[in-house]
Design a protein around this ligand. Structure first.
Ligand SMILES: Cc1ncc(COP(=O)(O)OP(=O)(O)O)c(N)n1
Ligand SMILES: Cc1ncsc1CCOP(=O)(O)O
Ligand SMILES: [Mg+2]
Length: 274
């Protein structure tokens, strides 16, 4: 499945005067890279209408569309996947209906559910609610950032943290080990949806790995500068010459020489003395 980091879920009760499709377009413009239609109150034909409109929108932005709860609607509109709760149909049944290539996400609240989801073939898991939230009526008690730590240490499929996440507390979520976050109210309830999404993207940046080619080998690393790269490889800075995309970079500039996906770096260690 295509990687994602900023997951925006619809929540029309948070923007009574704005159209859901416009709100989600603003989220996409701000950098949301996966969208979920979650509508717990509309009649099925209305959910279907919104799903069709969101399908068109997400294809325009080349971003996956996930439908919450309704597998039939997901199939009917050609969505990329479905999100299941623990009490919905089984992963096995969902996979049988959706086929091998569609995305199936499932909510988890403790590590046993996370293990079962991974073994059962889920493509990603929801991890939450991390904090208290008013966006879900039948919500369980907050699982706290401790659950993120457990999942990050053990689970190998992608996981996304959800529940009560705001710009002011997302750092706690990311420093506990999450690299993907999912929000309803903080995104769609904002006056400036695009700006909030861009702010989340900025918060996420330091936690995203970059793909670098270091001395001819591909590495996926959590580093932001040449300085951090040299430290990552536990090299002695004063014995290293760094070449970035063919240009030698002065040691004094390493800390403010950013690295991005695809950068080619040569780190040459020289032997001091004669
Ligand atoms: C990404 C993500 N994680 C968790 C949920 C919650 O799903 P569920 O437990 O089925 O509850 P409802 O959303 O249906 O109330 C989610 N939707 N998305
Ligand atoms: C759907 C869902 N599942 C767990 S918490 C939650 C609600 C998330 O909404 P918010 O980001 O507004 O707290
Ligand atoms: Mg559900």
């Amino acid at each position: 499945m295509k990687n994602f980091h900023l997951y925006a879920i619809t929540g029309e009760e948070f923007h009574p005067r704005k159209d859901v499709i416009d709100v989600m377009e603003e989220a996409l413009q701000g950098g949301a890279d996966i969208i979920q239609l979650r509508d717990k109150t509309s009649k099925k034909p209305d959910v279907l209408k919104k799903a069709l409109a969101l399908r068109e929108l997400t294809l325009k932005y080349d971003v996956p569309l996930i439908i919450n709860d309704h597998i039939d609607i997901a199939l009917q509109v050609g969505a990329d996947g479905v999100h299941l709760g623990q009490d919905d149909l089984s992963l096995e049944e969902a996979r049988r209906l959706m086929g091998p290539d569609k995305i199936i996400g499932i909510s988890t609240h403790h590590i046993q559910e996370a293990r079962a989801a991974q073994e059962g073939g889920a493509d990603y898991i929801g991890v939450g609610p991390i904090f208290p939230t008013k966006s879900k009526k039948d919500v369980v008690a907050p699982v706290t950032t401790n659950y993120i730590k457990e999942v990050a240490a053990e689970i190998t499929i992608p996981f996304v943290a959800i529940g009560g996440i705001k710009l002011h507390n997302v750092d706690e979520v990311l420093s506990a080990g999450a690299t993907r976050v999912c929000m309803i109210s903080e995104i769609v309830g904002s006056e400036n949806v695009q700006q909030v999404c861009s702010q989340f993207r900025e918060k996420l940046k330091p936690y995203q790995p970059v793909n670098l080619i270091v001395n001819g080998e591909n590495h996926e690393l959590h580093v932001q500068s040449i300085q951090e790269l040299v430290l990552h490889f536990k090299l002695k800075p004063n014995l290293i010459i760094a070449e970035v995309d063919g240009e030698i970079v002065d040691r004094d500039s390493w800390s403010h020489t950013p690295v991005k996906d695809g950068t080619k770096i040569e780190l040459v260690e020289f032997i001091a003395g004669g």
